[in-house]
Design a protein around this ligand. Structure first.
Ligand code: ZN
Length: 312
């Protein structure tokens, strides 16, 4: 009887592995270092070694395990990742290579897409089948889930919400374009906006003169009604609300879930995004689209990967 699944979150420095019962709660998690030497040639083999030794220690055979899911940091389509700069990978046939090495079924998707899938299964999006997930961290990532399936898209760029065009037309993105959502809605983007307003306004602010402002400083100052911080958060919310309105009319999600470090700001973030979403969104979507915070934190990836394996 197949009773267990493994969920793997493959990152540039560590590989997190979660051990789950089918449809159940996380039993155990462990991690190994990501060996990026020699173009990351040993990464898949290291994952297989770690899982095989976990199975041996727990007296499990391949008959006990349904399979494994894995999230990788690059665009994935049909089980193949085109390139993972963080891993030193070019095109790698992750699904077929892993299946051959471990002799179990494997399902693979992009890491941010997988994290969104985890939030839908056991996190902030539990109970929904249609979800947009947006991670607001150093950068901005995302996932689109429609009818309980991740939208990887034609060349694996489904859910690349960080590069959705925003209302801003000033800041340059790492991708080379101007005005990507990431430039104004990431932690670094929020600091960028705050610094701009500090420069162009003479209003008093607790942020003024502070060294190395963080996005948390900006939200904390906004909670104290600091004028520059409130303006910054409003600009952030306007751009994010605009993109959410576009996504809502494209995929009509039941909920839009925010994760990543910036989402720790909590209700103030939801409130400002909702305010501007209501300004831009198609009428019926204003009443029916829910906004939620992610709850799984760094475990979202292993949960989502396990859910991918669950669905095979
Ligand atoms: Zn971009």
């Amino acid at each position: 009887m197949k009773k267990y699944i493994y969920g793997v979150d493959l990152g540039g420095t560590t590989i997190k592995i979660g051990f789950f019962p089918i449809d159940g709660e996380l039993i155990e998690k462990f991690e190994i270092k990501t060996n990026t030497e020699n173009g990351g040639i040993n990464i898949l083999g290291d994952i297989v070694k770690a899982i095989n030794s976990h199975m041996l220690a727990n007296k499990l055979s391949k008959d006990d395990v349904k399979g494994l899911g894995i999230g990788v940091p690059g665009p994935v389509s049909n089980g193949i990742v085109q390139s993972c700069v963080n891993l030193g990978w070019g095109s790698v046939e992750v699904k077929s290579d892993l299946e051959r090495l471990i002799n179990l079924p494997v399902s693979v998707s992009n890491d941010a897409n997988v994290a969104g899938f985890g939030e839908l299964w056991k996190g902030g999006g539990t109970g929904y089948n249609n979800l947009v997930f947006i991670t607001l961290g150093t950068g901005v990532g995302g996932a689109v889930v429609c009818d309980n399936k991740i939208v990887d898209g034609h060349v694996g760029c489904g859910g690349e919400i960080g590069h959705a065009p925003s209302l801003d037309n000033e800041f340059k993105c790492n991708c080379g374009k101007i005005g990507c959502l990431e430039t104004v809605a990431s932690a670094t983007g929020i600091v960028r906006i705050a610094n701009k307003f500090l420069k162009t306004s003479s209003n008093k602010s607790i942020l003024r003169g502070k060294e190395n402002i963080s996005s948390k400083d900006v939200f904390d100052a906004a909670k104290k009604n600091d004028d520059i911080a409130l303006k910054t958060i409003d600009y952030f919310g306007k751009n994010l609300g605009f993109v959410c309105a576009t996504l809502a009319v494209t995929t009509n999600p039941e909920a839009i879930v925010f994760g990543g470090g910036v989402s720790k700001a909590g209700d103030i973030l939801i409130d400002v995004v909702k305010k501007h979403f209501n300004e831009y969104a198609f009428s019926v979507l204003r009443e029916t689209t829910k906004f939620k915070l992610a709850t799984l934190g760094n475990d979202a990836g292993i949960y989502g990967a396990a859910y991918l394996a669950n669905q095979m």
